[in-house]
Write a protein that binds this ligand. Structure first.
Ligand code: AHM
Ligand code: MG
Length: 347
């Protein structure tokens, strides 16, 4: 056995990286550690989801007469409870809650950070044993230390994120995160209960050959996106098309595959949802930060996602992200057909 090949755990890695920031107080490291710990507990629940009543409806009773919590409710409550107990952030905003939560104890009020999260992304896949995920995003607060967190702490542009990441509960559970110095991935070794460094400095291939979209909504997409999809499926040797279509329906899982193998993910506007479905603060911004850090690109078709000024917590945005060649092409189609429509050119 070669003992020199010692693996690096998430905790060790976080501590090593803290040295990159000479004036770091350790607060951000502790916050990341709290999130990693909460992810392990959610992993445990996800993995026994088929065995216990956790898949039952929210409000139903289990055999012990306790109220059954659906997995998304459980994950939401557990992440919030862990962050509250950790006292390293002054508040949390979750996709599952209408409003943000400001922690009232003195330690939390004196901390520097807020966390935004989608505790269980891919909710339609929970009951059918398909990969799901957690997405998180960390910002420095804007309000004064000691005060209660305020909405201005949460309504910040994506460029202000100090860290972001996701956990994928898939064939293995992985935590992938960035603090703006590249992207690293950790795989949970269930036998020792530790996330171990498995993917160092993830770079996404520049030329993607996979596109991920709910193509069932084709007729509801803007014309530019319909033409872009036609382009994706067209036969062309030079650009190695047709490209493969892969769509899991859990953003985290689709992104994770595309990040590693190359490809783009999109959730365009539809006639029913003119701003798309995905939430700027809980889904688009953290994933955009990771994708950019891995060398990819993230836009709403016109602007960089990270530059969008949020005005409300649950704001939605169309999103196109992943390998540069594909994201640029999608924007080109979108803008060309919009310009044509403006001057009255028929399709
Ligand atoms: P959720 O946060 O309620 O789970 O919704 C977000 C999910 C994404 O993970 C996924 O890409 C998308 O919704 C799928 O939506 P659709 O079924 O419309 O394609
Ligand atoms: Mg979601």
């Amino acid at each position: 056995m070669n003992f020199n090949n010692k693996m690096t755990t998430l905790e060790e890695f976080i501590i090593q990286r803290q040295l990159d920031f000479p004036f770091a107080s350790g607060e951000l490291s502790n916050l990341l550690r709290d999130i990693g710990f909460a992810a392990k507990v959610v992993h445990r629940e996800v993995n026994k989801a088929g065995l216990v009543d956790i898949l039952g409806n929210f409000g139903a009773m289990n055999v012990q007469g306790e109220e059954v919590k659906k997995l998304d409710v459980y994950a939401n409550e557990h992440f919030i409870a862990s962050l509250r107990a950790g006292r390293e952030c002054c508040g949390v905003a979750s996709e599952e809650n209408d409003d943000f939560i400001a922690f009232t104890d003195a330690n939390s009020r004196n901390s520097h950070y807020v966390v935004l999260m989608d505790p269980l992304d891919g909710s339609s896949n929970i009951d059918v044993n398909v990969s799901i995920g957690t997405i998180f995003s960390i910002y420095r607060r804007r309000s004064k230390q000691g005060d209660l967190a305020r909405s201005e702490d949460f309504l910040q542009r994506g460029t202000e994120q100090v860290a972001a990441g996701y956990v994928i509960y898939g064939s293995s559970t992985m935590l992938v995160y960035t603090t703006g110095k590249g992207v690293n991935g950790f795989t949970l070794d269930p036998s020792i209960g530790e996330f171990c460094l498995s993917n160092t400095n993830i770079r996404t291939p520049e030329l993607g050959k996979v596109y991920s979209v709910n193509q069932g909504y084709y007729s509801k997409f803007p014309e530019g996106i319909r033409r872009f999809i036609d382009f994706c499926v067209e036969d062309d040797d030079a650009t190695k098309r047709p490209w493969s279509m892969r769509y899991i329906g859990s953003m985290v899982a689709d992104i994770h595959r595309n990040l590693i193998k190359g490809g783009m993910f999109m959730y365009p506007p539809t006639t029913d949802a003119p701003n798309g479905k995905l939430r700027l603060l809980y889904e688009c911004n953290p994933i955009a930060f990771i994708v950019e850090q891995a060398g990819g690109m993230a836009t709403d078709g016109y602007r960089r996602i990270l530059d969008i000024e949020p005005t409300e917590l649950h704001q939605r945005s169309p999103v196109y992200l992943g390998s540069r060649n594909q994201v640029e092409k999608a924007s080109e189609f979108l803008q060309t057909y919009e310009a044509r429509a403006k001057v009255g050119v028929k399709a």
